[in-house]
Unconditional design. Sequence first.
Length: 137
Amino acid sequence: MADDALPVDEPYQELVGYSWTEKAYDMLERGQLHGEVISREGIVRSRVWGPCPRCGHALDDRQTHTAVTSIMGTELRTRGWPGRGRADEEKADSPFEVDVSCGCGDTHSGAPPGRTGCGVSFRVALPPQLADRNGRT
């Protein structure tokens, strides 16, 4: 998609090729697609927003990556995010990978009933941000 291209009505098709991840990365680099990963009080959340790399429609993907893993609710686990140990402090500067599927809200031709988005999925790697109790990063 060119920088000034309008969204197109791509037919729904489930696609996960690496080329979509490359395109999303290029869009992040150019400032067309945006993303953030924030950890606050042990809860890790991500947000990716901007035009879909395939159809060009606006998407706003929000995910929580932390799950409670103990019966008493005292242990939190986050895939790919550092914990609180000394060895984990070195990982805190590593990018956090987020898998995104187009959720543009438009119904594309050929989509299953009730499904929106063009069907493409891609991965972005985002720098983590630690937030204080007030949400400041």
